[in-house]
Design a protein around this ligand. Structure first.
Ligand code: ATP
Ligand code: MG
Length: 578
């Protein structure tokens, strides 16, 4: 993968060679092509061509960053084109969400197109191929067409309809177009070579009959072009110079080239790269749709989904996704990227931009017995130590607090530097406290309250505040002012690295993680009362969280975006999920 990883470019030995090494393989090809007479006076023109049959996922983000990124880098243009040639699966909802997601990622298309806008142009070109004796109407059933095609090791057989006259073909094609032919009864096929080693060249189908309602063209058409016939021609109509697509289409390139050549139209260059695969998730739209339809998730934007809308709702930033795409680079070989790479990207970005707040996820009440009962004081807290412009805020402190249940241990090991009976700890931004008494529920034996004393001379930021040192600092919230918040602790949707791998009789659904969501009620500091949907925070010591769209004035709802550090491996080895 060395030639294609932008990070392997050596900084030493400056000069042309080092410069070339820093380019990924697509950029290297583009730089060569832009020198060709064919592209003289033209600038780079790319496109992102989603089929509007689902929401975009993180794999699409790679393609978006690549196509729009190349156009930006070379001062070119990038189109958004809906590849809407398959009417039965496509919907306006998907068209809208795709535009929203591309824009959210930070890109704006130069031109917006729909392959369906080219239906007439495509048809006219098909007529030309028929006239030139390069396409024919075939009456084989879909089943027969498959058997006639042969296999990778044996050649195909020619269709008995292959030698129809041009006149007959023209009349039959027109009949197909005019709705006189039932679904599946006839196809238009390119006349190439049934013995070609590449099966894609064995008289591929260009049109099929389908009496289906299209989300844009309605009932105007009852024949629809196949992907291979529509895609390259759409690229050509738009003057795309480089049609960048994923590796599965490498074997289709000869057909892409054949169509452009024989239709005698402008001929873009197709270049393939390896699609993104990510561990612990599935990425095919069919499988994502199944997760939605079968209710395994709450929708396409469920924060556990690898969709752009799911990641957005989870709290991911566009910057973090772009930086991820940049980091993984483009290569010509398949590989699976560990999902921790993605998690690290959002962690890094949020570390620099998210304000810190205190929130107690599993509250344990703590009373400071020597603190005046009617007193509340305001403590000053830094919003973001990584960002001087983020300022400070005041947080209330009083006699009754909540701390994290896990920050107290009754029979603590020697190295436990948080709170234990008789032990001392610093309250973040506040005082050193000492645990004097532990109160338990007599029925269950559970610890329900801690009675502590505080040392008034130890307030953080005061003159004497830091002379006395203790090993641990814990976060807290003041009980009377605390807000209740629903917190959704999300974990990976699948519990196996490659969910697609399932033993016989099982499917990817059997690999779902039953503990991918835990909902708890947390106590959060009062500053969060005014948090708006989408706002992102670091809950100190707990991770990054954002306000969910279900949040309202009456009820705050937060999603955990990611923990502060990668704890998955550790959790797995301990055999527990939180
Ligand atoms: P899926 O298999 O998930 O349904 P698709 O390839 O059918 O995906 P399209 O809407 O046709 O989805 O894809 C639009 C563009 O995004 C195509 O150029 C495709 O190659 C690219 N793309 C899709 N999935 C990935 C991926 N995992 N990594 C990189 N690019 C991808
Ligand atoms: Mg597709």
């Amino acid at each position: 993968m060395g030639d294609s990883d932008p990070k392997t470019g050596s900084a030493a030995g400056a000069g042309e060679h080092a410069e070339a090494e820093r380019l990924n393989f697509i950029e290297q090809e583009i730089e060569k092509d832009l020198q060709l007479p064919k592209l003289a006076g033209k600038s780079l023109h790319t496109r992102f061509p989603p089929e509007p049959n689902g929401y975009l996922h993180i794999g699409h983000a790679k393609s978006i960053c690549l196509n729009f990124g190349l156009a930006k880098k070379y001062g070119g243009r990038c189109n958004l084109r809906f590849d809407d040639t398959n009417p039965s699966k496509e919907e306006q909802e998907y068209v809208d969400s795709i535009q929203e997601d591309v824009r959210w990622l930070g890109f704006e298309w130069d031109e917006l197109h729909y392959a369906s806008d080219y239906f007439q142009q495509l048809y006219d070109l098909a007529v030309k191929l028929v006239r030139d004796g390069k396409a024919y109407v075939c009456d084989l059933t879909p089943e027969e067409t498959r058997t006639y095609r042969g296999t990778l090791t044996s050649p195909g057989r020619e269709s008995p309809y292959r030698d129809r006259s041009v006149e007959e073909n023209l009349a039959l094609l027109e009949g197909m177009k005019n709705g006189e032919v039932p679904d599946g009864k006839r196809t238009l096929r390119a006349k190439i070579d049934m013995a070609a080693p590449n099966v894609n060249l064995r008289d591929p189908v260009m049109y099929r009959v389908l009496h289906a309602h299209h989300h844009r063209t309605g009932d105007q058409w009852c024949i629809y072009p196949m992907y291979d016939w529509a895609h390259g021609q759409s690229d050509s109509f738009e003057g795309i110079t480089h049609s960048v697509c994923t590796l599965e289409f490498e074997d289709h390139r000869p057909l892409y080239d054949w169509f452009c050549e024989h239709a005698e139209i402008y001929h873009p260059r197709q270049i393939e790269f390896a699609r993104l695969n990510l561990s612990y998730t599935v990425m095919s739209k069919r499988k994502l749709l199944q997760l939605v339809q079968d209710g395994h998730v709450t929708g396409w934007d469920d924060p556990r989904m690898p969709t752009i809308s799911g990641l957005r709702r989870r709290g991911y930033t566009p910057e973090s996704i772009r930086s991820f795409c940049d980091r993984i680079g483009v290569a010509k070989f398949y590989s699976t990227i560990d999902v921790t790479v993605l998690e690290n990207c959002v962690r890094e970005h949020l570390n620099s931009v998210a304000n810190r707040v205190m929130a107690v996820l599993r509250p344990l009440k703590l009373v400071l017995t020597n603190y005046p009962e009617d007193q509340t004081e305001m403590l000053s807290a830094v919003n973001n130590p990584e960002d001087d412009t983020a300022g400070t805020r005041q947080i209330p402190f009083s006699r009754e607090l909540y701390i994290e249940h896990s920050d107290f241990m009754e029979d603590a090991p020697r190295k436990f530097f948080r709170l234990k009976p008789g032990g001392e700890v610093r309250l973040r931004y506040g005082y050193i406290i000492k645990c004097e008494d532990v109160i338990k529920d007599p029925a269950t034996g559970q610890v329900i309250e801690l009675r502590c004393t505080y040392d008034p001379d130890t307030r953080s930021g005061s003159a004497s505040g830091t002379t006395r040192k203790v090993k641990g600092t814990i976060h807290w919230v003041s009980a009377p002012q605390a807000e209740d918040a629903e917190v959704r602790l999300y974990d990976r949707l699948f519990q196996t690295e490659n969910p697609e791998e399932a033993p016989d009789g099982k499917t990817f659904l059997d690999n779902l993680n039953p503990d991918s969501l835990e909902v708890i009620t947390a106590k959060v500091e009062p500053a969060l009362r005014t948090a708006a949907v989408g706002d992102r925070y670091q809950f100190e010591r707990n991770g990054y969280f954002c306000v969910d769209k279900d949040s309202s004035a009456d009820k705050l709802v937060f999603n955990r975006t990611v923990g502060l550090r990668d704890s998955w491996a550790k959790m797995q080895s301990k055999g527990k999920a939180n």
